[in-house]
Structures are given as structure tokens and as C-alpha cells.
Design a protein around this ligand. Sequence first.
Ligand code: MMA
Ligand code: CA
Length: 198
Amino acid sequence: MDCENGADTSTSKRKLCRLVALSFALLCILQATLNISLRLPFYSSDTTTTPDCEAIIKNLTKEEDIKMNELARYIQQGWIYFKHSLYYVSSTENTWNDSREDCLQRGADLVIINSREEQNFIREFKNRTWIGLTDAEKEQTWKWVDGTTPTISFWYIGEPNNVDGGEDCGEIYFYKRENSWNDAPCGRKNVWICEKNL
Ligand code: MMA
Ligand code: CA
């Protein structure tokens, strides 16, 4: 692939070319990981039509190489890639604060939902999962963990209802519905979902 030369090479073409190369590189790394974990030998590039992985990996810039390795490491650790973010679904349950602390220690934070696609991706994982939404600072003023106000919200009908005055943390509860958010007591133990933006 010739990404750098050519008289008609416009910026957007170069960007597209770079994107294709990066996608190949990610595939290469995943294939290498699979080959190693399945103990398969590498296919030699002159006998198959698979992209020349070695050449692509060699041609990555230092920065891209670091990014690729980071991404591969996250995916190996069970993170899931969806639309420019990585998501981690916990296998244990914890309070909202301890869940958030776990995400922070993983270089991420509790999930922030800012599109319908993301909402529908997130709600399917498990029932009763903490999301990065709280009104602990000011009652009825819901904020994401990054301090922003939700631009789009998916409360279940009748929610948030602050039962007994003690529900300041957001969870996915009625997961069969698109509108699945509930406010719950922050001390409740739930599964949680971390998000790391790329
Ligand atoms: C529970 C609790 C609340 C929720 C209601 C909905 C009884 O309280 O989960 O947060 O709003 O159920 O019925
Ligand atoms: Ca509630």
C-alpha cells in the first residue's frame, strides 16, 4: 500500500489510507494473539492472500505502535470495543463508589452514555449495572462522572423517583426496555460497566 506518494494524494485520501493500514495492523495483532494462544504457526505471506502483517506492523509510527499494543492488551483483558470506546463489564458486584474506584484504577471511569446506539449496546449486558450517573451532589441534578449534564436520557417511566429519599446513583434496571435507567441507593451492590475512550 502506498500511503505517502502520488500526485493526487489529498489529505482525506491519506487519512483513509492510514485508517485502512491501522485496521490491518489491529487485525494482524489480533491474528498474532490468536495464533499464539491457539499455538498455530504464522502463515507465510507469499503463499496466502492475508495482508503482510510483518510489513504493516514494521511501518507503524512509534505512536501508532504504542496505541495498537495498548488496544491489544485491553482486548486480551476482556474489554470490548464499540464505536471508539472500550467497555469492561465486571464479574462481581459492588457499591457505586467502589465500582467507580475500580474503573479509575483501570484507567477508565463508569460508563457515560451519550447516544441511543451506546444505550442499546450497554443495556443488553446484564441486569442491574451501575452507570456513571449520580445526583449525590445536588438532588435531582443528574451529572455524569465527567461533570457533564446528560444530553440524552433513558429513564424508565416514573424514574428517577428517589425512593425513601435515598436513591442518588444511576443503574440499568429495566434492561428489556430502551428506557431502562433507574435511580438506586448508591450503597447497593451491582455489576458495573467501565468505559475508556480511545
Ligand atoms: C424499587 C427500587 C426503586 C425503583 C422501584 C420501581 C421499590 O423500589 O428499585 O429504585 O424506582 O423499585 O418500582
Ligand atoms: Ca428509583
